[in-house]
Design a protein around this ligand. Structure first.
Ligand code: BES
Ligand code: ZN
Length: 454
């Protein structure tokens, strides 16, 4: 009988071909034009599980389908819930892609496509590791339950509603997610903290229609100016958010954790080169890793008002709007932030401007304990796959459902990321290193063994 690792070595090409097939499906959850593609991607994932003879379901929701599959229980052994997502972020701006976002292309050992690392490639590592066990040993050493959803990139609303009603079905000992990053190329990591998020759209309306800025300018409030003022009132020059009470529930960094971050030897010069910036900016008194991983932040995600076409147009726009978000840290509650934000904006909104604040989505941040046997099992599995022990890190992104796993299922999550910070997630030219894809599969295959009780 072939060993699991031999199977992985023999199937590298077929794994890559399957990944490319999935990457060709433009499953953009935010854009309703892609509804049929969402269904197709869900079916594609389900067919992978059906091909492994796992009990598989494609669950319809009012949003995008949830794919669920499970292998048989293994008496005396733990059950692991693998979570991932088949949806991707919009590929815009399209003209900045070297190869089209849904035509996966391999260059320099990386596969380029929207969703390559976030999360199709990473999610597939666990499907392929299960395949390796089932096609060699014929069974898995532990029970696996797979929960692969299509709304992670838009805050997991359908799953949020479905999960509590299906807690028994999802009963498990620990959750495994690969939708995060290594600390640096060749330095894998276990992520023990993620930030939360609170996302809004602010719409300001002034006059009933666009006006001549010469005839009317200076006599009525310009909504674009009002918007600029309101947004700039949210944060000061030192990077502190100015909404009263915003920091009330923030868990401060401990001295010990600050020292641990500092020991990671983060290369700021390389980071600046990677981003193409001449300087770094953030909350005063904190290092770059602290700012990114463990401090709340404010970002404008989109701004719209007035004339955007070619040439100059002297117009006083009737409307102005912005999409913006806060990244939150553990204990900050999105609902509380929304209430404080709304009061703050309304109080500052100038007369003559109508304000509408739309709460688009929110999720709290998480930290997971590092002193569990599951973390120890993950550490040795990653060492097997990558040839080097992982470091423990926090990260700045959000995976909204992780809180539910703790609150509803009562279990912790292992965040085992195979991506890299320069994978261009949510940006043009997203990529995934194929060597990391295979190292991820190898780590995952080992994990099912190391999680098993001897
Ligand atoms: N894979 C990311 C989460 C992530 C990003 C973890 C960076 C660690 C580092 C995930 O797919 C994602 O992008 N989530 C969204 C969630 C949001 C839309 C609610 C995010 O963080 O913006
Ligand atoms: Zn993402």
């Amino acid at each position: 009988m072939k060993s699991v690792d031999d199977y992985l070595a023999a199937e590298r090409d077929s794994f890559e071909a399957d990944l490319c097939e999935l990457l060709r499906i433009p499953s953009v959850s935010a854009d309703s034009h892609h509804r049929p593609d969402m269904q197709q991607a869900a079916e594609w994932v389900a067919n992978q599980f059906r091909g492994l003879n796992l009990a598989t379901e494609v669950i319809s929701t009012s949003g995008h389908p949830i794919v669920y599959a499970e292998s048989p229980p293994v008496p005396g052994q733990p059950t692991v819930l693998v979570y991932g997502h088949y949806d991707v972020q919009p590929p815009d701006p399209l003209d900045q892609w070297i190869s089209p976002p849904f035509e996966p292309t391999v260059r320099d050992g990386n596969v380029y496509a929207r969703g390559a690392t976030d999360d199709k490639g990473q999610m597939l590592t666990h499907v392929k590791s299960a395949e390796a066990w089932l096609k060699t040993v014929g069974k898995l050493p532990i029970q696996l339950k797979f929960l692969i959803e299509g709304e992670e990139e838009v805050s997991s609303q359908s799953l949020n509603a479905w999960l509590p009603k299906n807690a028994e079905k999802l009963a498990c000992d620990v959750v495994v997610i690969s939708d995060t990053s290594q600390f640096a190329p060749g330095q894998p990591a276990i992520t023990y903290g993620l930030r939360g998020i609170a996302y809004y759209e602010l719409r300001l309306t002034g006059p009933k229609q666009d006006l001549h800025s010469g005839t009317f300018g200076g006599s009525v409030m310009n909504p674009a100016i009002a918007l600029a003022r309101l947004l700039s009132a949210l944060i000061d020059d030192e990077g502190r958010i100015l909404i009263p009470g915003f920091y009330d529930d923030v868990v401060p960094l401990t001295q010990e954790e600050r020292e641990q971050f500092a020991q990671l030897n983060f290369d700021e010069a390389r980071f600046m080169r990677q981003l193409g910036v001449s300087d770094l900016h953030g909350e005063a008194g904190y290092t770059t890793l602290e700012r990114r991983w463990a401090r709340p932040t404010f970002d404008v995600n989109g701004l719209t008002s007035g004339y955007q076409g070619e040439g100059a147009k002297t117009v006083l726009p009737a409307k102005a709007s912005a999409k913006f978000s806060f990244r939150l840290v553990p204990k900050q509650q999105p609902e509380k932030i929304t209430a404080a934000l709304e009061a703050y904006l309304k109080q500052r909104c100038p007369p003559g401007i109508e304000l509408e604040l739309i709460d688009m989505h929110g999720a709290p941040g998480v930290v997971v304990p590092l002193d569990s046997p599951y973390v120890a099992a993950a550490r040795s599995a990653i060492e097997h796959g990558f040839g080097i022990a992982p470091v423990m890190i926090r990260e700045g992104g959000s995976i909204p459902i992780v809180n539910m796993f703790r609150e509803v299922l009562g279990v912790d999550t292992l965040l085992l990321g195979w991506g890299l910070d320069d994978d261009n997630t949510h940006s043009p030219n997203e990529k995934f290193c194929l060597a990391d894809f295979h190292r991820g599969i190898k780590s995952s295959a080992k994990l099912w063994e190391t999680l098993a009780v001897k």
